[in-house]
Design a protein around this ligand. Structure first.
Ligand code: ADP
Ligand code: MG
Length: 250
């Protein structure tokens, strides 16, 4: 299996002194989907922002902590790392800022120096993939939460990433929107790291899960094994999901 993403002893402290990540190590291989769970404030979003080079590496150590397809996410590699790691923000409204759906989806590809024709092709394909063809001229802010999420995903896919990183992709979606998004993610053959409180999604989509609490990974393993460990789940502000009642650890 090829290692798509490797994180080695990643530490991060916000400028106000909050220690958000205290040495996080894990990797993502092949085209597996991995769930990232943990209570609010565990550091999930902070971790995901690092994967895309949106937060600076901890200064002082001089060693890279994030590697994408073997490339350190620092310095001259950053533009390529940002293209390869498709990040879906927790709040779709933070990701949509253009007057039309077309422009929002085209924003990423336009930074890649493609021809007009190639760029338009990418936008078209991406919108088709997420079931939003025909919405090109619509105002992103007038769409439903589920539609906004799918437009964001189209924008990410249009850059042809090698990894998808999603921050609470089903939050604020109704059951139908959740179902549609889960099916979409299931159909995307890329390694995916999904931070979420939606344990049903984790059970249905992720073969492996990481539990993050207070900036460290406190457990990692096969989804059914980890989520079935009631004591572990309770210790970290989580709970054993009902959906597992009918499933057994192997
Ligand atoms: P999660 O996504 O798991 O809820 P976050 O990554 O958002 O966790 O937060 C991790 C920790 O970092 C929390 O203690 C949070 O309060 C803190 N934090 C998040 N963003 C900032 C920021 N911009 N400045 C200072 N502290 C922050
Ligand atoms: Mg978060």
């Amino acid at each position: 299996m090829t290692v798509a993403l490797e994180v080695r002893d990643l530490k991060y402290r916000y400028p106000d002194g909050t220690e958000a990540l205290r040495g996080v190590t894990f990797s993502l291989e092949g085209s597996e989907r991995v769930g990232l769970i943990g209570p609010n404030g565990a550091g999930k979003s902070t971790l995901l922002l690092h994967l895309n080079g949106l937060l600076p590496e901890e200064s002082g150590k001089g060693e890279a902590a994030v590697f994408v397809d073997g490339m350190a996410a620092v310095g001259k590699h950053l533009p390529e790392v940002r293209r390869r790691v498709g990040l879906l923000f927790q709040d779709a409204n933070d990701q949509l800022f253009c007057p039309t759906v077309f422009e929002d989806v085209a924003f990423g590809p336009m930074q890649l120096g493609l021809s007009e024709q190639a760029m338009r092709e990418r936008v078209k394909e991406a919108l088709e993939k997420v079931g939003m063809a025909g919405y090109e001229g619509r105002l992103p802010h007038h769409l439903s939460s589920g539609e906004k999420r799918r437009v964001c995903l189209a924008g990410v896919l249009a850059c042809e990433p090698s990894i998808l990183v999603l921050d609470e992709p089903t939050s604020s979606l109704d059951p139908k929107g959740r179902r549609e998004l889960k099916e979409l993610l299931r159909g995307i053959a890329l390694p995916q790291l999904i931070a979420t409180h939606d344990l049903e999604l984790v059970v249905e989509l992720c073969e492996r899960v990481l539990v993050l609490d207070k900036g460290t990974i406190v457990a990692a393993g096969a989804t059914v094994d980890v989520l079935n460990d009631e004591a572990l789940m309770m210790r970290h502000g989580l709970e054993r999901p009902h959906i597992l009642r009918h499933m057994h650890p192997h």
